[in-house]
Design a protein around this ligand. Sequence first.
Ligand code: F3S
Length: 407
Amino acid sequence: MQLTDEERSMLQDNQGEGVRKAMEIVVALGTIYGADDLVPVSHVQVSGVSYKNLGDAGLEFLREWAAQGARVRVPTTLNPAGMDLRHWRELGFPADFAAQQQAVLDAFTAMGIEATCTCTPYLVGYAPKLGDHIAWGESSAISFANSVLGARTNREGGPGALAAAIVGRTARYGLHLDENRAPTHLVDVRCPVRSSSDWSALGYLVGKRVANGVPYLRGLDAAACDVTNLKALGAAMAASGAVALYHIEGVTPESNIKYQISNTKEVSLESLDEGYAALNTSDSNSIDLVWIGCPHASLEEIEQIADRLDGKRARSTLWITAAHQVRDEAESRGLLARIEAAGGRIVSDTCLVVAPVEALGFRSMATNSGKGAFYGPSHAHVATHFGSLEQCLDTAIRGEWAAGKSR
Ligand code: F3S
């Protein structure tokens, strides 16, 4: 692999142990994937932030790296942590978990990383531009950045993204190269796609059909392709099929590029029923938690929820997860007060999948998120119902799954 003098200097320990270790990781990944050289990145999103997943070994690894002088060279933000950083006590997070989670964040911030703790950095001031090379490690955000914003990132793992932040570069392979951004599958959507849960169910099905590929979707209503629906679509597709880039005809920025397409497979989707059935897996109507905001909710979604909850009262615990900046904005606009008056909470910095769910006592959940429903049973060990926003909010008010409610 070709390295510049500066890159070789980082590899030869001239800039400290922490930098050398980071460059070794970046070069090793590039070698594995056949990269010719490295490419500068303008932003990094680091995943693998929850103490629930890192444990003591992960915490020690981060502390050691920080102590070796590792500091990020480009703006770098964090994925959700295992708790709401400001409100963990009142939400019932255990104090010993909170102490360890805070230690993880201290190690990250010592390296110069901003503790945004959201999977939607593009909603809080970190939206890359068309053609920007970035190194992101959050599957739903990767999908949004590549597909909707036209930036370029591979699916980085936690250490790989952190290493890229420390050296300010990543290996040029995969989705950093034009040829790998061409569609592999033409997907004709022949059924109505209306609610955000429909977009999630569609994403789940596309991911299943085109796993690891690049789908080109036709037949979707361009007017419905808003941020809420596209983040739901991409998150579900990334969960069910590790899809990191999709195109939508006439909508996404690279959909009009004339790629050299060969061997493109054709897929036709006539109904979303299979997606709903696969994601809606609980056989009990009991619900401990209704969870909205996967990926983290935008202000527009929060406003929509506040409107639907006015004058009502939730019987189940109702969490709307969002970036703390979005929560603060919701508070200043009076939306938080309206949601809390209905018994709901806007929970920041975390989500159900990375929180210590057992300690919080949740055993069953309803969500409008395809990604949330995909990982709920396996990662959070909760019996999971999946349905529309309306159905989920109705469930929160009834205190049990609103089974008969149309999606
Ligand atoms: Fe974000 Fe957690 Fe969903 S990281 S995409 S809210 S599983």
